[in-house]
Design a protein around this ligand. Structure first.
Ligand code: BDP
Length: 322
């Protein structure tokens, strides 16, 4: 009977070590604590842990401590990180069709954008992303991006001519700035503040929660409210991780992702209002664009280019149609 005891012990030990050794996953995030993306990712991590009885423990590394966004896109592909939240700018390097999401004035507002992303178009983007190594678990809100400047107060797109404007390292954004007769300067997100301090850039463009959370509003007080790009962000896991998950665990991750996207969108709307109020109280000046048509006309070469491009044409037509 001794052998039975040994066997039982081995099984128990096996169970115990299984219970004691959860799979630890690393999640990359660019934003600080309290930011809607961060809070939604933490919610995602907590729900995955609950739904898998602690077998998966996700640690969220915030503030881009693991590297900047273009690097993190590569890290997710190579399996150095397992989960991340990316904006559509850097993601379009991996999947060219995503470029349409960076085009100016494509979506009228976030509701319009989510009608597409929560439907057939979102599924098509997700399928293309999955083929490139990224499994989308939720579409987050990237809000509307506007320009803000340190040493000029634009009230017209002509006022941006000649300015050095920081953009994400992304082709469409750079082309957009060139069409405004300005100079695109691609800087990692965390270097933008230094760029303003050292006078390397005159302006940048972002949504209001990031304008506030980064402290850019302290140096670049003139906001030209254009909302020129309304774009999504995506909570993704690597396809390497996805391939290792059982069907039940995949469901747990998917449900948690969908839940976190709803939370994010709700937190986002509140945060936009707070950011506007807070930055205005601390001296930010807002000039709203009166008529977007001159801006849209300037962008004509961009629309023609992506309409002619077979990787983006279909997506572009789908969005324009409704
Ligand atoms: C923020 C996005 C973040 C981008 C950043 C940027 O949430 O993913 O990296 O803008 O402009 O709004 O780099």
């Amino acid at each position: 009977m001794a052998w039975l005891g040994v066997l039982c012990l081995a099984l128990l030990c096996g169970q115990a070590s299984h219970a004691q050794a959860p799979t630890r996953l690393r999640a990359w995030n660019i934003h600080p604590d309290g930011y809607p993306v961060t809070e939604a990712m933490k919610g995602f991590a907590a729900q995955v842990a609950r739904a898998t009885q602690g077998r998966y423990q996700i640690e969220v590394f915030s503030n881009a401590t693991l590297g900047d966004q273009p690097k993190a896109v590569q890290m997710l592909k190579s399996g150095e990180i397992d989960i991340a939240e990316f904006s559509s700018g850097p993601l379009s390097d991996a999947v060219p069709g995503i470029k349409v999401l960076n085009l100016p004035f494509l979506f009228t507002d976030s509701a319009h954008m989510f009608r597409h992303l929560d439907g057939a178009l979102g599924q098509r983007f997700a399928a293309n992303l999955q083929a490139a190594g990224f499994v989308v678990l939720g579409w987050y809100d990237g809000g509307g991006r506007s320009f803000y400047c340190a040493n000029r107060a634009p009230a017209n797109i002509r006022d941006l001519a000649g300015a050095s404007i920081r953009v994400q390292q992304s082709e469409v954004f750079m082309e957009m700035i060139r069409l405004l007769d300005a100079k695109p300067v691609a800087l990692p997100f965390k270097d933008v503040l230094g760029g303003f301090q050292q006078g390397a850039i005159d302006c940048a463009e972002n949504n209001m929660p990031s304008y506030e959370s980064t402290g850019h509003f302290k140096l670049a007080k003139s906001v030209y409210v254009t909302n020129h790009v309304i774009s999504p962000e995506a909570l993704v896991v690597s396809s390497a991780l996805w391939a290792r998950l059982s069907p039940e665990d995949r469901k747990a991750f998917s449900d948690a992702g969908a839940q976190s996207a709803l939370l994010m969108r709700e937190l986002w709307n509140r945060r936009v209002a707070q950011a506007l109020e807070n930055t205005a109280r601390q001296g930010a000046q807002f000039v709203r664009v009166k008529d977007i048509s001159p801006f849209v006309r300037r962008m004509a070469p961009l629309y023609s280019k992506y309409m002619a491009d077979p990787t983006t044409r279909e997506e572009l037509l789908t969005i324009i149609a409704k």
